[in-house]
Design a protein. Structure first.
Length: 343
């Protein structure tokens, strides 16, 4: 039974699976893979406290019955909001998740089937929660299946990633005293403190690595105060730093910068990860974070997938059909080379 890559990708895109709501797409994949001869397991993942979903939440693991895989293909089933249904033209598939990462799911299934026909032991691991906290990957890492290699799928334009940047998320908070804005001397502005604190943070020289590039910083949200004619008594900002190494130096620099003005709460860290190259294949550096740091028990990682990260998370997300088809051959080649040792 031949695999219709376009139809499968569009079907996956059309199942809304914004983070915490992955149950329906997981159920579809479980049934689809079982029908194609895979032994399928559902790996339960706890709902996050922020989740309002009441549906079942689980990773999907699949392999040929009774086999321990040498290599496992993995990517995520969840997407960022908002949901955008699929469409297509002669060149592209469009819709939320088309490149990040439902087209990748389809390509990995195609590669696993080709390798199964060749006698190469390949498995599939599709996880939840990558777009928020990697909850699915962290759960999966507690239940490895004995694989020696992991091929993780993210949009890398079908190039092998030499590294995946880490992430450090921080919440900056300031406090003040409310007063009438006509008499600022009677109050203490938390928003003025926040502006000064963020200005200091923006002046911090961030680390850089020659073959990887610089760390980058984004002030993502700022909130505070009650009205233009009221001195603000509280303010909050959230920042995200893309790491190119250990976080300790950056953490200390931020704490020093805001000392006396604000407090800092570091709420999330994803480690920077160097990865291997494969001879003869084009390479890139992933400036984004992935599940790779949380899947170490699944084998030595390679990061690779069709599509451009530049259109992921945008209203114009799309995946070139030629890249989708090329990914099957590329995934198959990489897996074969890893398993046979011909790197």
């Amino acid at each position: 039974m031949s695999l219709d890559l376009i139809q499968l990708t569009r079907r996956l895109v059309d199942i809304e699976s914004i983070t915490y709501n992955e149950g329906a797409v997981g159920a579809y994949l479980s049934e689809f893979l079982a029908e194609r001869g895979f032994a399928v397991e559902k790996m339960a993942v706890e709902h996050h406290r922020e989740s309002r979903s009441t549906s079942e939440r689980f990773n999907v693991y699949a392999c040929a019955p009774g086999l321990t895989p040498d290599v496992v293909f993995s990517t995520h089933m969840d997407t960022v909001p908002p949901f955008l249904p699929s469409s297509e033209d002669e060149e592209f598939i469009y819709g939320r998740g088309s490149c990040d990462a439902k087209g990748i799911i389809a390509a990995q299934i195609g590669a696993a089937e080709k390798l199964r026909d060749e006698g190469v032991r390949a498995g599939l691991l599709f996880v939840v929660g990558e777009e928020r906290d990697s909850a699915g990957a962290k759960t999966a890492n507690l239940h490895p299946r004995g694989s020696r290699f992991l091929i993780n799928g993210e949009p890398t334009d079908n190039r092998v990633a030499l590294a995946s940047k880490g992430a450090l998320r921080a919440v900056i908070r300031t406090k003040g005293k409310m007063a009438h804005s006509a008499y600022p001397e009677l109050g203490e502005s938390a928003t003025h403190k926040m502006v000064e604190a963020l200005g200091r943070i923006l002046e911090i020289p961030l680390p850089a690595v020659d073959d990887i590039g610089p760390s980058t910083l984004n002030i993502g949200t700022i909130s505070g105060g009650h009205a233009p004619n009221v001195i603000a008594d509280a303010a909050e900002a959230q920042i995200l730093i893309r790491l190119v190494g250990a976080s300790e130096e950056t953490r200390r620099a931020i704490e020093r910068a805001v000392e006396g003005l604000a407090t800092v709460d570091f709420t999330l860290e994803i480690p920077f990860k160097r990865l291997r190259a494969l001879e003869g294949l084009p390479t890139m550096v992933a400036a984004f974070t992935t599940d790779v740091p949380w899947l170490g028990n699944w084998g030595e990682p390679v990061l690779l997938g069709p599509g451009s990260i530049h259109v992921a998370h945008t209203p114009h997300e799309k995946l070139a059909k030629k890249e989708l088809f090329a990914a099957i051959d590329l995934y198959t080649e990489v897996a074969r080379r890893l398993v046979t040792g011909s790197h």
